[in-house]
Design a protein around this ligand. Structure first.
Ligand code: ARG
Length: 593
């Protein structure tokens, strides 16, 4: 289905051509004076110089060519030379009825779909998830869903952090506690036990203990580094123990991400590319890209046009240890060889920008990726508290994800009871809890996604959980309201099939219809920019347009059945569009709230 802006532009371009002007001047845009018109065309202004004519005259000539159009209801040439446009009700209605019946509302699918891999989540095994990981998961999940909906093949990879010092720290602490573990016995040649030597509960306790101790005890820290090195170099016992740490962490992570409505196609980690590192390093040396500098192995990634500092990309440290760069590069190699993606998208805190710039340049330069492989990095800002500083617990500690979710849910339950009371009905605790889980997640996700990813934002529980304003609960409340009207309509003995949208009878109805027609253009931008915030802005406008219409229209008591079913068809489409959009954002609506 051709986008509405393109359809109208085509008509306007034909009118420009018919009046003897360059058709290109006929591009139509959304109106920036919604009080005057719905769309506008500024082509006459641009044409004035070229044709040595007053813009208003050009506009008037073009307007005359439009008389009798099935698309435009009103075309006004106004000083100094704008064309102010309003669409015919019948045209808008036909557009919506086509949209209603088309797959994905008639969104155009790519001729040549891309294969995209998204690297997001990025939790570090055995370390608790904190709010910093929340953004990566929320934004990444939404970007994945958006690209998929747009017709691309998308693979989401969690890219576990399982290569760093935390691995050695856990092993060292474990060795202190259980020195006889077979993993630490150099002479052991048998198979290591299948049972892990710890539970997830113990693991969660071991890491902070080890981390604290390493900060006070130099020898302990050195031991942890040594253990990390052994693990990274595949020393049998250390490797087996490391795999146990990962193995025990994964089910717990899966549970946490499932609670967030986030799921990954691949559960690969940094350590999975261990065997690819030595040949990759060798190739980089052979190709003349990697060279020794102060004992370390580096690749220059500076480019002539650089205005900022661009240090070389370090591949190996002087002690031969690999780094964050190394695993990211080897992972690129793995992804290219195994999956042949056209594009790689990474989600990480914007403080990692330099890292990704270096890695991307190094990958291009050394030929790990093809010249046309797209490498994209979405660097996100910090989630701050009301004081403008990184979000903390009330006691000032690092806020863990589970706790944040608990706090949101508690506030949500309170608001759900308040709302029920003000509407004069009771909700039992069990139902309130279930609704709070669904609505609370929407509060968190919408609060995050409605900001441009790169911006820092203030996490304000009270505002995010509000049923009014630009919030997740407000959007859900709107959907719930529509669901309730639709089911009452069915209770009146009607069916939700065989309905068509009728021509708008009043301005609020037309405004709602016009909002619906913007879906395609909005989606195109959100895919192109990998920007979930576009969807949030759209559904906020759509929900507002719906609520305005709803307050002005008595739908269920309407006596004219045809009118009524037309409105119901409009409501149903509104609900479907809102539901698709929130699914792309990664949350869902309850049946009541
Ligand atoms: N594990 C990292 C962290 O906690 C994030 C990983 C981002 N992805 C990547 N391919 N480097 O900061």
């Amino acid at each position: 289905m051709q986008k509405i802006l393109d359809q109208i532009s085509d008509k306007m371009m034909a009118a420009f051509a018919a009046a003897g002007y360059d058709a290109e001047l006929g591009k139509v845009t959304l109106s920036n004076r919604p009080d005057l018109c719905e769309f506008q065309c500024n082509g006459a202004m641009a044409g004035a110089k070229r044709y040595h004519k007053a813009p208003l005259m050009i506009a008037q000539e073009v307007a005359e060519k439009i008389v009798g159009s099935e698309v435009f209801g009103e075309v006004n040439a106004v000083a100094p030379g704008f064309l102010n446009l309003k669409l015919k009700e019948s045209f808008v209605t036909a557009y919506l009825n086509e949209m209603r019946e088309s797959e994905k509302f008639g969104m155009t699918m790519p001729v040549d779909p891309k294969k995209i891999m998204i690297d997001y989540g990025g939790p570090n095994v055995a370390k608790p998830l904190h709010v910093g990981h929340l953004r990566s998961a929320i934004i990444g999940e939404s970007v994945k869903r958006i690209c998929r909906y747009a017709g691309h093949e998308v693979i989401g990879d969690i890219h576990l952090g399982d290569w760093g010092l935390q691995m050695g720290l856990i092993m060292t602490e474990l060795q202190k506690r259980q020195p006889d573990l077979v993993y630490f016995d150099e002479n052991f040649e048998g198979d290591y036990p299948a049972e892990p030597p710890f539970t997830i509960g113990e693991l969660e306790e071991i890491y902070p203990a080890a981390s604290a101790r390493s900060k006070e005890d130099e020898t302990y820290k050195a031991e942890a580094m040594e253990a990390t090195f052994k693990f990274q170099n595949g020393v049998r016992g250390y490797w087996a123990l490391g795999k146990q740490i990962i193995h025990v962490s994964i089910p717990d992570l899966k549970k946490n991400y499932a609670n967030l409505n986030v799921d990954f196609d691949l559960w690969k980690g940094e350590s999975d590319v261990r065997d690819l590192i030595p040949p990759m390093v060798e190739e980089m040396k052979q190709g003349g890209f990697a060279y020794e500098s102060d004992g370390a192995l580096v690749v220059d990634v500076k480019e002539e046009m650089d205005t900022k500092e661009m240090p070389p990309c370090m591949i190996l440290k002087s002690d031969g240890a690999s780094l964050y760069n190394t695993t990211d590069l080897a992972t690129i190699k793995d992804r290219m060889e195994q999956y042949h993606p056209d594009q790689l998208i990474y989600l990480a805190d914007k403080r990692q920008e330099l890292h990704f710039e270096q890695v991307f340049r190094c990958a291009k330069k050394t030929g790990l990726v093809n010249t046309d492989t797209e490498l994209a990095y979405i660097g996100f800002g910090t989630m701050n508290g009301k004081d403008g500083k990184p979000f903390k617990t009330r006691e000032g500690g690092v806020m863990r994800l589970e706790r944040l979710i608990r706090e949101i849910n508690e506030e949500m339950i309170r608001k759900i009871h308040d709302n029920a009371q003000s509407k004069g009905y009771q909700i039992d605790d069990k139902e309130a809890q279930e609704i709070a889980r669904v609505v609370g997640l929407a509060a968190i996700k919408y609060g995050d996604l409605s900001n441009q990813a790169s911006k820092d934002y203030i996490f304000d529980i009270d505002r995010f959980t509000s049923f009014e304003g630009d919030t997740g609960p407000y959007i859900l409340y709107t959907i719930v309201r529509i669901k309730s009207i639709l089911s009452k309509y069915e209770e009146q003995g009607n069916r939700l099939t065989d309905m068509v949208i009728n021509e708008a009878l009043n301005p609020s109805e037309k405004a709602l219809m016009l909002e619906l027609t913007k879906f395609h253009g909005m989606m195109e931008l959100s895919v192109e920019e990998l920007a979930p915030h576009r969807i949030c802005a759209y559904i906020y406008d759509l929900a507002n347009a719906f609520n305005r219409f709803y307050h002005e229209t008595k739908i269920l008591t309407e006596a004219d059945e045809q009118k009524k079913s037309g409105w119901i068809a409009l409501l149903k489409l509104t609900k479907e569009v809102l539901e698709v959009c929130i699914d792309l954002l990664g949350f869902e609506a309850p049946d009541r709230m």
